[in-house]
Design a protein. Structure first.
Length: 895
C-alpha cells in the first residue's frame, strides 16, 4: 500500500481494479474513468495498476489475483481482515425475495457478482439454494453476455457431480440472477485435510471430479478455472463442481433460447494463475487439454500437499515463467520440500497426513505410477498430455488396481514388477516350492507381459475409437440434427459411426459399461435410420430394425452383468421402450407388449431406490405412457390403460413440483403433454358425452405445453413433430364434439407443420409419411364438413405424395391409417360431385350406392384388422397385406 493511501482509499482502488480486470482490455480505461468520476488522482492510481496488469500479459485477468496482492500489501498494516469484510459486506439484498426464494446471507463475492444463500419463501416446501447476482455497479452488456453464457452452459450440464442450475430470471430492478443448487461443503483440499483422508480416498474424490469435467467436455464445454475453491465436497462425500463463469464453449455456434450466441469470448485470458496451463499463460488456444493440466495441478496438491511450483504466486512473472519453462518435481520428491509460508496462498501442510503416514511412507505410495500420472497431466505440450480427462481418470483407477498405466513406459521390468505386486504370495510360494521351475516361470512372465502389452494397446485403441464414435453419434449429431436439409449429412455421419461401432464390437469383451455404451450407440443409430416413430428419420426401416435389435441385445447383456447399475439399466429401459414403439408401428403387437412390459419391470425396480435419478423416473413414466398408448383396446381394458397412464402422470406431476434444471424441466413438460394426450385418447367414449368433453380439455392442456415448447425453440424438429401430433389430438376430440370447423383448423395446422418439416429436409422420410397422413385426415375433416372441393384437392395431393413412398414403408401405422381413410373420403367426394354437377336422379342414386358399398367394405376391413389383434390363428402380416391391397384398389382419382 502506498504510504499516503488510507484504508478506504485503498479499498476503492481495489474494487475498481477488480472490476476492470473482469472486462476486455479495450473497455477497462473507459470503465475506470466513469468509476473515478472527477477524482483524477484516483484514476491515476487505478491506471498504474492496470498498466501493471497489462505488462504481465493478461496474467492478472482474475480479480482474485489482484485481491491476493492487495491482501499481502496490507497485511503489515493489519488491514487485510477489514478489506475482506468490506468485499463481503453487501447487505442490500438480504431478506429480499427473488421469485420463490428469499435471500438470507451472502456467502461469496467476486469482481462481477455475489453469491447468496436463500430459502424457499412460498411455503410449498423447504429448500436451500444459492443465488448468483450481477453487481449493479459493474452491469454492462458484456457482463450480461457472460451471465447468459454461464446460464446456458449450466442448463446443458445435468450431472450428479455438477451443481445444478434450478432457475433464473431478473429481479424487480432488472438485475439478472441464477438459482443454483446449494452445496454445503468444503473445498476439496480442505475436506481432505479436515477428514485426514488417505491416498485411496483422495483418489476416489479426484475421479469424481474427473467424471464431472469429462461430462462437460462431452458437451463441448471447457471449464478453464478448475481449482479447490470451485470443487466442493459435501457431508456425504459427494463432489460438486461449481462456477462455469469463465467456461469456454468449443462450439461457437451454440445459441441460447433468445437466439444469441452463448460463446464467451470476453474472458479469453481469465484464469487462476496457480492452476493455469502453459497455453493459458501464453494466450494460446484453449482446449480440453487445459482442463487436463489443471486437474494435474489439483492431483499434485492432493497427493503431495504442495503446489507443483516453487515460485511465489504473488510474483506473477516468475510464476508464469515457471509454468511455461520449468518441469515440476515429482510429487514424491515434493513431499519433503521445505516451502516457505506464503501469506496469500492457503497452506496445504501435510501435518494431518503425517500423523498417520510419515513422509517416507507417503513418498513410497506416490513413487512410480502416481508420480508418472501427475507428470503426464502436467506436460507442457498439450499434445503429450492425456487425450481426455476420462483417460486420466482411467489411469488413476488402473494404478489403484495395480494394473499397467499409460503414463509408464512399456518396459519388461515394469510389467513384471506390477505382476508380482498383484500376485506377491503366489510368486513367493512358487519360488520356495519350485526353484527348479525358474526358467518356466520366466517364460510365463514374458508371455504374460506380452499379452498385457497387447491388451493395453487394444484398450488404447478401444478408448480412442469409442470416443470418436461417441462424439459422432451424440455430440456432433446433436449440433446438426436441427439444421435444415441435414439428413443426408446425418446419413454420412452415421455410416462412419457404424464403422467405428463395428470395430468396437470385435473387442468389447465382457466390460458391462462398454457394452452399454455400444448398445446405446446402436439404439441412437436406429432412431436416425428409421425407428423413431415421432421424430425425423431417413426411412431405412430394415437397417433401423437391425440396429435396434443389436443395440438392445448389447444392453441386455450389460444389464445381466451389472443388474444394479442405474445408468446401464436406464439405457436398457430406453432401448426396450423404443423397441415397443417401433414394433407397434409395424403391427407387431405381441413383440411390442413384451418389450414394454420388460421396460416397466426394470423401471419400477430402479424407482424402488430412493436415490433414483430424475432421468430414471422420466424413463419409467415414458415406458408407462408407451404401454397405455400402444395397448390394443380389445386386448387391454380401458380401466387398465387408464391406470397405467395415471401412474405415469403421478410420477410426472411429482417431478414437476420439484426444483429442476431447465433441461430436466423441459423433459418433464414434454412427457406431461404426452400423458394428457394418452389420457384423452383413453377416456373418450362416444356413448358417454361427458368423457368427450374431458378428452377435449385434456388435449388442450397438451397443446398448451407443445406450443410453449415449440415457441422457445422454433427450429427444433423434435418439438415441431410433437406439436403437429398434438394438433391431431385436438382435432380428433373436437370432431367427436361435432366441432367440425375447429377440427379442420387443427388438421390444417398439422399439415402446415409437416409440410414445412418435409420442405426443410427432403430426406426426412418420416416427415413425408406424416405429411400424407395429415393430408388424409384433413381431407376427411373437410368432407365431414361438406367442403367437398377443398377435400378433393387435399386427397389428390395426398395420393400424389403417396406414390413416392418406398414400398418398405407402406405398412407403417400412419400409411395404414391413410390407406383406410382415403377410399372413404374418395367415396364421399364421388357422391358430392354427382350431386353438384347436376347429374340425373338415377345417376346420383347410383353414385350413392357405389359409395355406400365402398364405405361398408372399408369399414369391414378396419374391423377385420382390429380383430387380428385378438385372433392368434391368423397371420396378421398376410391378412393386413390383403386388406391394404383391397383398400388401394378402391382408390381412383376423379378426372
Amino acid at each position: 500500500m502506498h504510504p499516503s493511501m488510507n484504508e478506504a482509499r485503498w479499498q476503492r482502488v481495489t474494487d475498481i481494479v477488480n472490476d476492470c480486470l473482469d472486462l476486455p482490455e479495450a473497455e477497462r480505461v473507459e470503465f475506470a474513468r466513469k468509476q473515478c468520476g472527477d477524482d483524477t488522482a484516483l484514476f491515476g492510481e487505478v491506471q498504474q495498476w492496470l498498466d501493471g496488469a497489462r505488462d504481465t500479459t493478461g496474467f492478472l485477468a482474475r480479480p482474485a489475483k489482484f485481491d491476493a496482492i492487495a491482501t499481502e500489501a496490507l497485511s503489515d498494516a493489519g488491514l487485510a481482515q477489514h478489506i475482506d469484510a468490506a468485499l463481503r459486506n453487501d447487505s442490500s439484498w438480504i431478506n429480499r425475495r427473488l421469485g420463490a426464494y428469499r435471500i438470507t446471507e451472502e456467502i461469496a463475492r467476486g469482481g462481477m457478482g455475489s453469491v447468496f444463500k436463500a430459502v424457499r419463501a412460498d411455503d410449498e416446501y423447504e429448500k436451500l439454494v444459492a443465488i448468483k447476482l450481477i453487481r449493479s455497479d459493474v452491469a454492462s452488456e458484456v457482463v450480461a453476455q457472460r451471465f447468459r453464457a454461464e446460464r446456458q452452459i449450466l442448463a446443458n450440464l445435468d450431472h450428479p457431480n455438477i451443481a445444478r442450475l434450478i432457475d433464473g430470471g431478473r429481479s424487480d430492478d432488472g438485475t439478472p440472477y441464477l438459482v443454483m443448487e446449494f452445496v454445503d461443503g468444503l473445498p476439496i483440499d480442505q475436506y481432505c485435510k479436515q477428514h485426514v483422508l488417505r491416498i485411496p480416498e483422495r483418489l476416489k474424490l479426484f475421479r469424481d471430479v474427473c467424471a464431472a469435467v469429462h461430462f462437460a467436455h462431452q458437451r463441448l464445454v471447457v471449464h478453464r478455472d478448475l481449482k479447490p475453491s470451485n470443487i466442493l465436497v459435501d457431508g456425504q462425500a459427494q463432489v460438486k463442481l461449481l462456477d462455469f463463469g469463465i467456461a469456454k464453449l468449443l462450439d461457437p455456434t451454440q445459441i441460447d433460447e433468445s437466439g444469441k450466441s452463448i460463446a464467451n469470448p470476453t474472458v479469453a485470458n481469465a484464469m487462476t494463475p496457480a492452476y493455469a496451463s502453459p497455453e493459458q499463460v501464453k494466450g494460446e488456444a484453449i482446449t480440453t487439454a487445459s482442463d487436463v493440466y489443471a486437474l494435474g495441478v489439483l492431483l499434485y496438491r492432493l497427493l503431495a500437499g504442495k503446489s507443483p511450483y516453487k515460485s511465489d504466486t504473488t510474483k506473477p512473472l516468475e510464476l508464469a515463467k515457471e509454468i511455461v519453462d520449468t518441469e515440476p518435481d515429482r510429487p514424491s520428491s515434493a513431499v519433503t520440500r521445505d516451502d516457505s509460508p506464503r501469506p496469500t496462498e492457503r497452506s496445504l501442510d501435510n501435518s494431518k497426513i503425517a500423523r498417520t503416514l510419515d513422509s517416507k511412507r507417503l513418498q513410497r505410495s506416490l513413487r512410480g505410477d502416481l508420480d508418472n500420472i501427475v507428470l503426464m497431466a502436467l506436460r507442457k505440450d498439450p499434445r503429450r498430455r492425456y487425450v481426455s480427462v476420462e483417460q486420466l481418470s482411467e489411469d488413476v483407477r488402473r494404478s489403484e488396481n495395480r494394473q499397467p498405466v499409460l503414463a509408464h513406459a512399456d518396459s519388461m521390468a515394469y510389467r513384471a514388477r506390477r505382476f508380482v505386486q498383484r500376485n506377491v504370495w503366489s510368486v513367493a510360494l512358487s519360488c520356495v516350492a519350485a526353484m527348479g521351475l525358474v526358467t518356466l516361470t520366466a517364460t510365463a512372465l514374458h508371455q504374460a507381459s506380452v499379452a498385457r502389452i497387447e491388451k493395453l494397446r487394444a484398450e488404447r485403441h478401444f478408448a480412442s475409437v469409442r470416443k470418436l464414435a461417441d462424439v459422432a453419434l451424440f455430440d456432433v449429431h446433436r449440433l446438426i440434427k436441427n439444421l435444415p436439409g441435414s439428413s443426408r449429412v446425418q446419413s454420412g455421419l452415421i455410416k462412419t459411426a457404424v464403422d467405428y461401432l463395428e470395430d468396437l464390437a470385435k473387442d468389447v469383451g465382457d466390460d458391462a459399461v462398454l457394452l452399454s455404451e455400444l448398445g446405446a450407440g446402436y439404439v441412437r443409430l436406429s432412431g436416425i435410420q428409421g425407428s423413431a416413430v415421432a421424430d425425423a428419420n431417413l426411412g431405412e426401416t430394415a437397417a433401423a430394425r437391425a440396429s435396434l435389435e443389436r443395440g438392445t441385445a448389447y444392453l441386455a447383456d450389460a444389464h445381466s452383468r451389472e443388474p444394479h447399475d442405474e445408468s446401464i439399466a436406464t439405457k436398457y429401459v430406453i432401448a426396450l421402450r423404443k423397441t415397443a414403439e417401433f414394433e407397434w408401428s409395424n403391427s407387431q403387437f405381441d413383440a411390442a407388449a413384451s418389450a414394454i412390459d420388460r421396460a416397466i419391470a426394470i423401471g419400477k425396480s430402479l424407482q424402488q431406490n430412493t436415490r433414483a435419478s430424475i432421468g430414471t423416473k422420466l424413463e419409467l413414466a415414458g415406458a408407462l405412457l408407451t404401454k397405455a398408448r400402444t395397448s390394443p383396446a380389445k386386448r387391454v381394458s380401458r380401466e387398465v390403460r387408464l391406470e397405467t397412464a395415471n401412474s405415469a402422470l403421478s410420477i410426472l406431476e411429482t417431478l414437476r413440483a420439484e426444483s429442476l434444471a431447465p433441461a430436466d424441466r423441459d423433459r418433464v413438460l414434454q412427457n406431461l403433454g404426452i400423458a394428457y394426450d394418452a389420457l384423452a385418447e383413453i377416456v373418450s367414449d362416444a356413448t358417454q358425452p361427458s368423457t368427450l368433453i374431458q378428452a377435449y380439455e385434456l388435449s388442450l392442456k397438451s397443446l398448451a405445453i407443445s406450443e410453449s415448447r415449440a415457441a422457445i425453440s422454433p427450429t427444433d424438429r423434435e418439438r415441431a413433430f410433437n406439436l403437429a401430433a398434438t394438433y391431431h389430438s385436438v382435432a380428433a376430440n373436437a370432431k367427436e364434439l361435432s366441432r367440425t370447423a375447429e377440427a379442420i383448423t387443427f388438421r390444417q395446422k398439422a399439415v402446415d407443420v409437416y409440410e414445412q418439416l418435409s420442405r426443410d429436409d427432403p430426406a426426412d422420410q418420416n416427415a413425408k409419411m406424416l405429411h400424407i397422413y395429415a393430408l388424409t385426415m384433413l381431407g376427411e375433416a373437410q368432407a365431414s364438413g361438406e367442403q367437398m372441393e377443398p377435400a378433393q384437392k387435399t386427397i389428390v395431393k395426398a395420393l400424389e405424395l403417396r406414390k413416392a413412398v418406398p414400398a418398405a414403408n407402406l405398412d407403417m401405422v400412419f400409411h395404414r391409417a391413410a390407406a383406410f381413410m382415403l377410399p372413404v373420403v374418395q367415396s364421399a367426394i364421388h357422391v358430392a360431385r354427382a350431386k353438384h354437377q347436376g347429374a340425373s336422379r338415377a345417376e346420383q342414386v347410383s353414385a350413392c350406392q357405389r359409395a355406400s358399398a365402398s364405405f361398408r367394405e372399408v369399414r369391414r376391413a378396419q374391423v377385420a384388422v382390429n380383430d387380428l389383434f385378438l385372433d392368434q390363428s391368423q397371420d396378421p402380416a398376410a391378412e393386413l397385406k390383403k386388406l391394404l391391397q383391397f383398400c388401394v384398389s378402391r382408390v381412383d382419382i376423379p378426372s
